[in-house]
Structures are given as structure tokens and as C-alpha cells.
Design a protein around this ligand. Structure first.
Ligand SMILES: [Fe+2]
Length: 188
């Protein structure tokens, strides 16, 4: 996109995570994430019994060129698939020099960040501000009982590489423990 999309200001609802007016909006259902969840891998080729909405993404459209930045809101709903908490697909940036800033507005979650065989886990609670360094993959996980709302800003020309995560996953998985609290496991 080269032409600026006026007006350049929007309204961000901190309670719902919605950006109005919405330039770009995506819904990600379980059917969009076949094979990402451990339990689903075993039944990958079987029809889903249900197809819940896992998360939603709002993005403001800006010129996709160096120097521009994308404001982005992600709303991850509470729930789990086979005991594994709802999460985003996770990605690397195609431009390995592109970092990202995350700020949690509502809810309780974990942010997985992975690079070169290392996987860090950051707590996301209202006010948590996390810097995702360039070259690190990132995935958000909702481990609470309400929506997890995260505001992010990333370079408009960063690009998204989902393939590496789709094929190999993250080094850690976040599962619901016996008392309902999150337990981080090394991925097998
Ligand atoms: Fe990103």
C-alpha cells in the first residue's frame, strides 16, 4: 500500500481490544491451526468436532516500507485444546532485523520467545511491556480465564514467517496443570 489511508487516527477500546475503524481484521479458528496443538497432531486428518474462535487480530494499514510501523491488537480468548492453552500461531519476522514491542492491556498470559535453541517465557499481565528482539520468534498464550489483550507495534516491512513454527513448533508448550494453572513443558 503506497497511499496513506486517512484518517490516521483510530479509537482503541482497551476493554475489548477492538480498533475502530478497523482497517484489517482476522479471525483465527481452530481449523486455521490444524497441527499446531499437540492433541490435534494425533487427529490431524480427522474432521474437527467443533471449531472455536481462538483469537482475533486488528491491524492499522500503513505503507509497507522501511520506517513505517504497524499498530496491532491481538485478542486471545480463554480456553484450551487437549489441555494446551489457546495461543497464537507464532512467527519469526522475515526481516531478521525487525524487532517488536508488546504491551499487555488485559488478561493473564505468557509470551514465548525463541531464538537459536533458546526459549524464554515472559509473563503477560496488564502493564507488562516486553521487547521482542530482532530474530526472535514470538507466540502469545492465554493462561487466564478472560480475554488476553495485547497491543503490539512492529516495522511495516518486517514480514511474517509462519512456516518454521508450523513445521517445528516452539521448544516449549504451555499446558493446563491439575489445578488449572499453567505448566510449561519442554516440547517433545
Ligand atoms: Fe511479530
Amino acid at each position: 500500500m503506497d497511499a496513506l489511508n486517512y484518517p490516521l487516527s483510530s479509537y482503541y477500546d482497551f476493554q475489548t481490544g477492538q480498533i475502530v475503524p478497523r482497517d484489517s481484521y482476522r479471525q483465527i479458528h481452530l481449523s486455521d491451526m490444524r497441527g499446531y496443538y499437540l492433541a490435534d497432531r494425533e487427529t490431524l486428518h480427522e474432521p474437527l468436532k467443533e471449531d472455536p474462535l481462538l483469537y482475533e487480530v486488528y491491524e492499522c494499514q500503513v505503507p509497507a516500507k522501511p520506517g513505517e510501523m504497524v499498530p496491532c491488537s491481538t485478542i486471545i480468548h480463554p480456553g484450551s485444546v487437549g489441555g494446551e492453552f489457546y495461543m497464537t500461531k507464532g512467527h519469526y519476522h522475515s526481516d531478521t532485523n525487525a524487532a517488536e514491542i508488546y504491551c499487555c492491556l488485559r488478561g493473564h498470559g505468557l509470551l514465548l520467545m525463541q531464538h537459536g535453541g533458546q526459549c524464554l517465557v515472559e509473563t503477560m499481565k496488564p502493564g507488562a511491556l516486553v521487547y521482542v528482539p530482532a530474530g526472535w520468534a514470538h507466540r502469545s498464550v492465554n493462561v487466564g480465564s478472560e480475554d488476553l489483550i495485547i497491543f503490539a507495534i512492529y516495522p511495516a516491512d518486517a514480514g511474517h514467517d509462519y512456516g518454521a513454527i508450523r513445521e517445528k513448533g516452539f521448544l516449549k508448550r504451555v499446558l493446563r496443570g491439575p489445578d488449572g494453572s499453567p505448566v510449561v513443558h519442554e516440547a517433545s
